[in-house]
Design a protein around this ligand. Structure first.
Ligand code: NAP
Length: 300
């Protein structure tokens, strides 16, 4: 079997097109959805991610701002900046790009963002709402995975999903989404991590596999059962003298081998990455709608 490729770029494009009427409605009420990204330090990958999010906002006609702070910024100064964005009515969504330098507590930065502007869905209140099945915002990467599954005809309902990785950004919220008694969910979920014994014994039982480990090409063909659906969340740079710049971006899945066995597989790049951005934009539009509703009708 050679797997169908799940085209994240195309599906993300469909989601972005679906946002246009909502953006137009906001504009009719005098509002432009706006996303502010806070970037601390010079981490090249973070700079690239923020640039891609800004470019996508621009393409959608949304307002966007990047607040660049130095690597040695104090936690107090960062929280002050987040507070300023919380009270700016033009800013509907705020994201604080991770990783953050060691002098800043991630939990303090995450909790400082207003839950009504927390378009990454990292605030404990929003995580809790998601867990109990009443999400305000859907966490961008995990909900991007769910959309990839649903829109490629691979409904997780009744399926055994094995997730590799238990981070607060990907693994845990993905498990929380997939276990809900709701459309696009209803899966039986297993999470594997570094303390899991015999990982392959778990992965071989999966109908759907989601790899989010940050371990290049970890998931090999002999760990995947025939006909499984494989979603690769990983983004890893590996040295490659044949590639421009001397490195290549690969996922957590040994793509060439696994695609010979899987029913469907998402590539890296071009899989989950564009979906994360599309879901972030979608959350920002939702945040704009929440703010617009709270503000009431525009003055005549
Ligand atoms: N496409 C996107 O938009 C997007 C968005 C976010 C992240 N990512 C990518 O997704 C990957 C994961 O990101 P993350 O933020 O979740 O990473 P993370 O915080 O480093 O978490 C990695 C998780 O994988 C587990 N793990 C790592 N190596 C393992 C191994 N050999 N065996 C079993 N479990 C292992 C870790 O287990 P322990 O908990 O036991 O340490 C941890 O739970 C990265 O490549 C990242 O770049 C992509």
């Amino acid at each position: 079997m050679v797997a169908e490729i799940i085209d994240g770029k195309k599906i993300a494009g469909e989601i972005r097109t679906g946002l246009k009427p909502r953006l137009a409605k906001l504009a009719d009420a005098g509002n432009v959805a706006g996303l502010a990204a806070v970037l601390v330090g010079e981490n090249a990958a973070s700079q690239l991610y923020v640039k891609m999010k800004s470019k996508a906002s621009e393409e959608m006609g949304m307002a966007h701002w990047t607040i660049q702070l130095p690597e040695d910024v104090s936690e107090a100064r960062l929280l002050q900046e987040i507070g300023r964005l919380n009270s700016d009515p033009k800013v509907h969504g705020i994201l604080v790009q991770q990783p953050l330098p060691s002098q800043i507590r991630v939990e303090a930065a995450v909790a400082a963002v207003s839950p009504l502007k927390d378009v990454d869905c990292f605030h404990p209140v929003n995580v809790g709402l998601m867990l109990i099945g009443r999400p305000r915002f859907a966490p961008a990467t995990p909900s991007g995975v769910v959309e990839l599954l649903m829109r490629s005809g691979n409904d997780p309902s009744g399926k055994h999903v094995v997730i590799l990785g238990r981070s607060n950004i990907v693994g845990k919220p993905l498990a929380a989404l997939l276990m809900q008694k709701a459309p696009g969910a209803n899966a039986t979920v297993t999470i594997a991590h570094t303390a899991t014994k015999e990982i392959a014994a778990h992965t071989r039982r999966a109908d759907i596999l989601a790899a989010a480990m940050g371990s290049p090409r970890f998931l090999k063909a002999d760990m995947v059962r025939d006909g499984a659906v494989v979603i690769d969340v990983g983004i890893n740079r590996v040295p490659d003298p044949t590639a421009k710049g001397g490195y290549r971006t690969v996922g957590d899945v040994d793509f060439d081998a696994v695609k010979q066995k899987a029913k469907a597989i998402s590539p890296v790049p071009g899989g989950v990455g564009p979906m994360t951005i599309a879901m972030l934009l979608s959350n920002t539009v939702s945040a704009g709608e929440i703010a617009s509703k709270a503000a009431g009708p525009a003055p005549p």
